[in-house]
Design a protein around this ligand. Sequence first.
Ligand code: AMP
Length: 404
Amino acid sequence: MSPTRVLVLNSGSSSLKYQLLDMRDSSRLAVGLVERIGEQTSRLKHTPAGGESRERGGAIADHDGALKAVAEELARDGLGLDSPELAAIGHRVVHGGKFFTEPTVIDDAVLAEIERLIPVAPLHNPANLTGIRTAQALRPDLPQVAVFDTAFHTTMPESAARYAIDVKTADEHRIRRYGFHGTSHAYVSRATAELLGKDPAETNVIVLHLGNGASASAVRGGRCVDTSMGLTPLEGLVMGTRSGDMDPAVIFHLMRVGGMSADEIDTLLNKKSGLIGLCGDNDMREIRRRVDEGDEQAELAFDIYIHRLKKYIGAYYAVLGRVDAVAFTAGVGENAAPVRAAALTGLEELGLAVDGERNAVRGDEARLISPEGARVAVAVVPTDEELEIATQTYALVIGSGNHT
Ligand code: AMP
């Protein structure tokens, strides 16, 4: 019998998130997180299915130490990584450039290509590579699969993927719109079609992934035709700490007039802008609490957030021509009813509306929030990137006969 488990690893610069799934029923056998790797105060939190969470403190020097600690915790639950039940390890890799259009079994050539992409993903790809190498050292015999955040967006036509800048310069420096959150957009667009009882290949969906990072995508018949993030995750919507769209001349202005360096501006736009820059908070719960108390700064931040979101909904409606559904997902999209209602207010002429009662219902299941008989469905569809990574990994490994 084929092995049935997949370990999903999401490796950040100082963190390692993991989930062990049983692909027979897509259930979680264990989930966990190692934080502050490389510091004295590292922390591992491990939760086995149906069991109590366990925590470990103390210094974990590097990702190798982190994965070994994770392996020990899994072994305590009888889920050791040396088990023949483990089919593969699926890695989230942020940037796959133009080259990686699908999940890919990792070999030396794949590692080299991920490394070559570091200049366009300086924060993420090195951390992802570390995670892969660490896992390879632990289980060299096991297939390791890279699932790229950019892959779903590689179907964008050139008209959407290219910036209107000098072509030679763009090509020399690989400057184009890659898009991110692709695993989520793929999962949610498909789950939305399923919720409607439609074939994903015949369904057009606008997906709004609204988390701390946020992006929108236009999906025609299961294929992405446009998305709001670009060369990096900075473009597009207003996010928790990122500005999203802006006149690029703001950057020259800050350099020439503000005397700021490229690194300072990078930090400003990625970490100190968006909602936190506008009102000092990036958590939508806190912003809504302040709005309800009449805080004008929070209200303006909320309005700017919604204005941008609404512009993208309109733009992607035009890009798609016919829209079957608008789907809200991720932390804000799944939980913040006021955001969903405000984003669609005034769009009734486009067939878009939110039913107040349905919108107020909370839950973990995919659900419709548009009124009965609406021309365009509006849905809340919880995302599940780990399941999508595990599913893609398992399909590739079992399908390709690479499993042990
Ligand atoms: P994510 O990046 O998908 O984990 O989303 C995280 C963000 O979701 C947080 O920063 C909050 O702004 C938002 N969020 C989480 N829970 C809620 C909630 N119950 N109501 C409103 N916003 C929420």
